[in-house]
Design a binder for this molecule. Structure first.
Ligand code: TYM
Length: 360
């Protein structure tokens, strides 16, 4: 079967964008696997987990960091990921990720890295800035980890031999970078190999690829957004979800509701959330036409209803996991760790062999 791999950063409780853009898609692959154990559906090797090394790029105190990993892991179980079918792992528990990162650093060009957008957005320099023309202050702020972040992400993907990486739109350039590193590594160290050492992965972009902030619908919904009411957490109670959606920024355009992400980003975002939450894959303009005669308030109420419905069981399960002892989470982690560890070890040993390093 094909290998599917993806991680999420433990920088807080996952939000509706993480859920619709990633977590729910991970779960739907798992549903395929459960079906296949009953004779239908497809078989996949599934590995999902927590990118705690990546989250070191965000400064957090020790307690917050620990709590966030626990909350994020509970969220994975709460959305329905099941250690029987999905190997659930924590990145830092598998040292081969970091080791492969170093080896890949020897084929990763700093030119390519400096064109990636993430480090620029994190240190707030313009998107056409390059490493060379950064001012002194920006250089001080730009830590090496934020710059080399995509190399670690590529190592995550490549060490698990992923065929597919289900992600939202913002991660696509990182998966492309991983493809490039796999190719560059194979060309440099494994030309003479019949089967490439590292597999070139592909991004699987979720239909809900970019859920926007409720307060500034021109920006994506993001865990680091401090704006009040901008983000719906998957564990928000119903009244909180209703309040946030009720206050979502829309526009003052009168007349029928239309789907127009440029002129009416707030309304478009609400339509997107509605359509994706109920898993309607029709074209967004056609979808919106059914609701053209509704008021903005009625649309918001509709969106709130489906989101509350969708997240009810997630929240319930999350609360119960957080309230119980760590046993269930611990068991799930240990189980996933074994499988993920075995696959990481085997890839790294082939990598070392190709490079000409001595394997113990
Ligand atoms: P992270 O933690 O920012 O996001 C986790 C997943 O959620 C998706 N996502 C969204 N989708 C739709 N709308 C949004 N507003 C939205 N915000 C986030 C992301 O695209 C992602 O799929 N660097 C990664 C973590 C990572 C990783 C990996 C992912 C580390 N190693 C290897 C895949 C493979 C990140 O920061 O995701």
């Amino acid at each position: 079967g094909q290998a599917i791999f993806s991680l999420i950063q433990p920088t807080g409780t996952p939000h509706l964008g993480n859920y619709l853009g990633a977590l729910r898609q991970w779960k739907s692959f798992q549903d395929e696997v459960t079906k296949s154990s009953r004779g239908t559906g497809k078989t996949f090797k599934l590995t999902f987990g927590i990118a705690d090394l990546h989250s070191l790029t965000l400064r957090q105190d020790r307690q917050t960091r620990q709590d966030n990993v626990r909350k994020t892991f509970a969220s994975l179980l709460a959305v329905g990921l099941d250690p029987t079918y999905s190997s659930l792992m924590v990145q830092s528990h598998i040292p081969q990720h970091s080791e492969l990162m170093w080896i890949l650093s020897n084929v990763a060009s700093t030119g390519y890295l400096s064109r990636m957008t993430q480090w620029k957005s994190k240190i707030n320099v313009s998107s056409d800035a390059s490493m060379e023309n950064l001012d002194e202050k920006s250089r001080e702020m730009l830590k090496l980890s934020l710059f080399s972040y995509p190399v670690l992400q590529a190592a995550d993907i490549l060490i698990h031999n992923a065929d597919f990486v289900p992600v939202g739109e913002d991660q696509v350039q990182h998966v492309e970078f991983a493809r490039y590193l796999a190719r560059a590594f194979n060309a440099e160290y494994a030309k003479d190999y019949e089967i490439p050492v590292l597999k070139e992965p592909r991004a699987l972009i979720s239909p809900a690829k970019r859920i926007m902030s409720l307060q500034d619908p021109t920006k994506k919904m993001s865990k680091s957004d401090q704006t009040k009411d901008a983000t719906i957490l998957i564990t928000d109670p119903p009244e909180e979800i209703r309040r946030k959606i009720g206050r979502a920024k829309t526009d003052s355009i009168e007349g029928p509701l239309t789907y127009d992400p440029v002129a009416r980003p707030g309304i478009a975002n609400l339509f997107d959330i509605l359509r994706h939450t109920i898993n309607d894959d029709s074209n967004p303009e056609d979808f919106a036409k059914q609701y053209a005669d509704q008021s903005k308030g009625a649309l918001k109420q509709l969106v709130a209803n489906v989101v509350v419905d969708e997240l009810a069981s997630v929240r319930e399960r999350f609360e119960s996991l957080m309230a119980s002892s760590n046993d269930e989470m611990q068991r799930a982690l240990l189980e996933g760790h074994k499988t993920a560890n075995a696959s990481a070890r085997s890839t790294l040993s082939r990598v070392k062999e190709a490079v000409g390093m001595y394997n113990l």
